[in-house]
Write a protein that binds this ligand. Sequence first.
Ligand SMILES: *[C@@H]1O[C@H](CO)[C@@H](O)[C@H](O)[C@H]1NC(C)=O
Ligand SMILES: *[C@@H]1O[C@H](CO)[C@@H](O)[C@H](O)[C@H]1NC(C)=O
Ligand SMILES: *[C@@H]1O[C@H](CO)[C@@H](O)[C@H](O)[C@H]1NC(C)=O
Ligand SMILES: *[C@@H]1O[C@H](CO)[C@@H](O)[C@H](O)[C@H]1NC(C)=O
Ligand SMILES: *[C@@H]1O[C@H](CO)[C@@H](O)[C@H](O)[C@H]1NC(C)=O
Ligand SMILES: *[C@@H]1O[C@H](CO)[C@@H](O)[C@H](O)[C@H]1NC(C)=O
Ligand SMILES: *[C@@H]1O[C@H](CO)[C@@H](O)[C@H](O)[C@H]1NC(C)=O
Ligand SMILES: *[C@@H]1O[C@H](CO)[C@@H](O)[C@H](O)[C@H]1NC(C)=O
Ligand SMILES: [Cu+2]
Length: 636
Amino acid sequence: MKVPSLALGLLAANLVSALPTITIPSLEEAAAEIEKRQSGVVTTNGISGTIWPRLEVRQMFNTRPNQWTLLILAMQAFQAQPQSSATSYYQIAGIHGVPRQNYNGVGQCSTCSDADGYCTHDSVLFPGWHRAYMALFEQQFMSVVNQIAASYPASQQPAMKGAASFMRFPYWDWAAHPAPNLPTFPNIVSQKYVTVNGPSGSTTIINPLFRHDFADPSQMYYSPFVNWQVTLRYPNSDSNTASSVESSATSAFESIRPSMQDQLYQLFSTCSDFLHFSNDDAGSSTTSCSNSLEGIHNTIHTTAGGPGTSTISGGHMTYLATAAFDPVFWLHHCNVDRLFAMWQSQYPNSYGASQDAPHDSWTIASGSTQDANSPLAPFYKDTNGNFWTTNQVQNWNTTFGYTYPEFYDSDGSKGAIASYINKLYGPSATATAGSSKRTAGPEPIAAAAPEPTSAALLQPRADAPLAAANGSLFQYVANIQTPRYALNGSYYVFLFNGNPATETPTEWITDAHLIGPMGVLSQANRTGHDLIAGGSIPLTRSMTAAVAAGALSALTEEAAVPYLKDNLKWRVAGPNGTEVDPGSINGFEIAVFASTAAPPPDEYSLPEWSAFIPLVEITVNKSGGANTTANATAVA
Ligand SMILES: *[C@@H]1O[C@H](CO)[C@@H](O)[C@H](O)[C@H]1NC(C)=O
Ligand SMILES: *[C@@H]1O[C@H](CO)[C@@H](O)[C@H](O)[C@H]1NC(C)=O
Ligand SMILES: *[C@@H]1O[C@H](CO)[C@@H](O)[C@H](O)[C@H]1NC(C)=O
Ligand SMILES: *[C@@H]1O[C@H](CO)[C@@H](O)[C@H](O)[C@H]1NC(C)=O
Ligand SMILES: *[C@@H]1O[C@H](CO)[C@@H](O)[C@H](O)[C@H]1NC(C)=O
Ligand SMILES: *[C@@H]1O[C@H](CO)[C@@H](O)[C@H](O)[C@H]1NC(C)=O
Ligand SMILES: *[C@@H]1O[C@H](CO)[C@@H](O)[C@H](O)[C@H]1NC(C)=O
Ligand SMILES: *[C@@H]1O[C@H](CO)[C@@H](O)[C@H](O)[C@H]1NC(C)=O
Ligand SMILES: [Cu+2]
């Protein structure tokens, strides 16, 4: 009998760490694997059996020691599987972008030769495609987890197999407050080494959440990625001995977290239709929902990989073609899928939309119409050649066998999920990432911090300078439109309250005056693909701080407009770490709007925003600033 590829992966892993005995999979598992190979395709089925929650990665580390151990050892073994195996980490990561090759035998469209891979961006398929992608990753990851659990000595097997039986892949919540004195970018993801209790005792290994080691990076297509032997964040050179400067990632995520929280809360509160919620291309066409799930997700990509300088490329996460090889991609996309699920609960009657693809991907020709029945290639639903569709992945839990703590701990109703959104991401949020509690389970979770009272949540800043007479809170946002592929690589738009302390673009992300970033995830040599990406950065938090500091008297328009006219500044940091004049970018525009958010009647609702009013006088005659209200059609 042929030894299944998963066992081979374990053998390879053994050379690296020191797993003692190999347990050959059960006959059933082996038969299933062989059947899969004979049929020639990998199907995406998720995990059958009981539905368990995907935990926040720090929650798993803090409260589920055995699952944490399995996560680390399974990620190590998964990543060590042969690059040629169809179910290896390398092959699954390679679906997203490079290597430029077919997966599952699903061929390229005849006009798609310039595509790097199958991932659908700037597309209504973005949320559904990445949901199926995570499900495929998780099912292969969990099969390795089960192998690892079975490799423990008999005395430890019940505990490890028990932990595996209700485990799912974790997510990283990059928007909620971290626990006190801990960073937003978790140490358990940024530290190079990790120590766990393996099958033969305590073992210290290179952290498989810190990086992926390539057996052979030569198919990464782009330079310097073809030379880099490991995935990198804020690489310190383009040479094949480059290493990551994780402290740069840590300080960048710390600096942008409050804006990511505000961007997310605004998204949940104002983006009520699937088209605009789903992707950054659609987001450019409306005022009240200029941001999108994809747009917010882009900023996490560029901030994980780092922006690059005139002599050094950004890291793997900064480019779509290579992003999925960095293990943090999976923690990030798990969270993106969770945010999609939470959004679905708020707008249950808005699911799916139609849009023309603005550029090619591996199977989708530019200009072709995509909707909720379009195939999510290359993810097969069955062995008859049917692909999943956005409509078919609407219910994540019964379809793929996972859920999230917010759903597992509650009745999953609109109100229940809204209360988690308020606690984690609202203007007075104090709940920490991964604190959503469940009441019962096989392995107890440590007690979480006390929840804030609903009164504290709902009356955050309703004192006179910050609210209108009717109690609605004044809101100011800057909507940004920018051509995604115009600068021949990924880049940033930064907003500041006052001029930044330096004019060194690589320091802007941690500048004390930073209001927020918009990371534009792009790729070199893609001018033919161009499209306008929309983003939106809330200004209210920074202006509220100005009121507290006595620099601004109130958030009324009378006070706010002259203040923003003087103090709102913006910069564009190009892909090579140099400043780009926004006015020189054809199609770039930044426009400021006022709105008000009526406090929700209870903690189970989100605020309702009034119509967006354009405030052109703040940006007029400034480079890249809106000069007219022509593009500012308010959609309430
Ligand atoms: C980008 O295009 C230039 C020519 O304009 C070419 O030299 C270079 O190899 C291309 N780079 C990639 C990664 O395709
Ligand atoms: C399962 O998904 C449906 C949406 O299709 C949702 O209404 C329900 O709350 C979810 N339940 C769990 C436990 O995730
Ligand atoms: C509250 O007052 C503001 C400012 O006058 C107004 O724009 C907004 O529409 C009002 N909101 C409600 C819910 O009445
Ligand atoms: C940096 O990028 C900008 C914008 O794409 C470009 O104008 C400039 O020539 C580049 N500079 C270098 C040194 O590559
Ligand atoms: C864009 O960037 C690629 C790779 O970094 C480079 O090869 C190419 O020459 C650049 N193209 C332009 C027009 O600057
Ligand atoms: C603004 O609107 C004008 C026409 O009304 C259009 O030509 C232009 O492309 C728009 N600008 C942006 C950045 O969307
Ligand atoms: C914008 O600049 C033009 C040309 O300098 C000037 O005529 C106009 O008055 C300015 N508009 C505003 C609102 O400052
Ligand atoms: C508005 O006009 C100014 C010059 O008066 C220019 O610098 C700026 O780029 C223009 N804004 C846009 C979006 O074109
Ligand atoms: Cu992504």
